[in-house]
Design a protein around this ligand. Sequence first.
Ligand SMILES: Cc1ncc(COP(=O)(O)O)c(C=O)c1O
Length: 372
Amino acid sequence: MYANEFPLDDSIIYLNHAAVSPWPERTAVAVTAFANENLQRGSQHYPHWLGIEQALREQLRQLINAESADEIALLKNTSEALSVVAYGLSWKAGDNVVITSGEFPSNRIVWESLQRFGVETRHADLTQDTSPEAAIIACIDRHTRLLSVSSVQYVTGLKLDLEILGAACRKHGVLFCVDAIQSLGAVDFDVQACGADFVMADGHKWLLGPEGTALFYCHSTVMGRLALRQYGWHMVEDYHNYDGPHWKIAHSARRFECGSPNMTGIHALHASLSLIHEAGMRNIQQQVMDNSRFMIDFLSRRQTRYRLLTPIEEGRYAGIVTFVPLQESSESLYGMLLEQNVLCALRGGGIRFSPHFYTPRKKLFQALELLD
Ligand SMILES: Cc1ncc(COP(=O)(O)O)c(C=O)c1O
């Protein structure tokens, strides 16, 4: 299903959506059409482009079940959105931030950089309690101001229970920040159910878009708590009034977008999301989970040769399956897979496979057979 939307070269087995996704055909068509429009007519139809931008905000709102598109800003990437949060909040010495020990550098470095304000970053060891959520919650104390986790861990593919974490944050009066780049477009995400204050994700992984156009969700009630670090014409309420001497900050999340939008990226991500909405998140999640189960079952039957880093319990994995070969180095196996045009990643000492919902089962099986 939908494999024809991805006319990848037949020699390629693409198992790398947790890194950078290929574009669907419709995205390439949209970008080509946008390029031609620029070539032939320039920005004559700019109002239409603004319509695409608004439509993208609405697609993203639906995807995460936000209350309003006004809570969604379009930023450059996940790291920028994390920085908007980290440098928007005001800190005092002795505050702490809780993260996990398995975070991608973007969701670690930015918090560690607050050390110069006397802020401590606590790394929850997810293997050290009855559950990963219990290990995280155990790190929260009365000085904790914010919890920041990725919904799905980039190395192991562990999926956290965000509703449990959100409830704990509310109970302790802690802000809740979710790096959702490894789950949006792969599995269902409901910002109202989990009660996240901030959510961020660039579009180039499971959302099937280009690099450089990211979602930043900020709950309306906490927007005012983020001081702005960038200013420009685009982030004021009446942003088409260029001549008035007075201005005020936009009431919506547009306040985080200081200048001209990335219109090429917006056209591209809008096209990619149209495919995701057409296919339906429920179907996509089903296919993604079926693929994961298929890989987990295959590798579990070869325990003398491969050790899974991905948890195998139902509900704990979500698209990413990572494993360590026991009879050779990960590097040499990775080299062999690349030679065979199996696009995957070397992460955390293991090999990470991340097929998407459209990946033909035949292709996935071909890649797994190479492991034999
Ligand atoms: C969990 C996680 N966060 C963030 C990123 C990337 O962030 P950015 O969008 O800033 O490039 C990655 C990329 O691999 C990731 O896996």
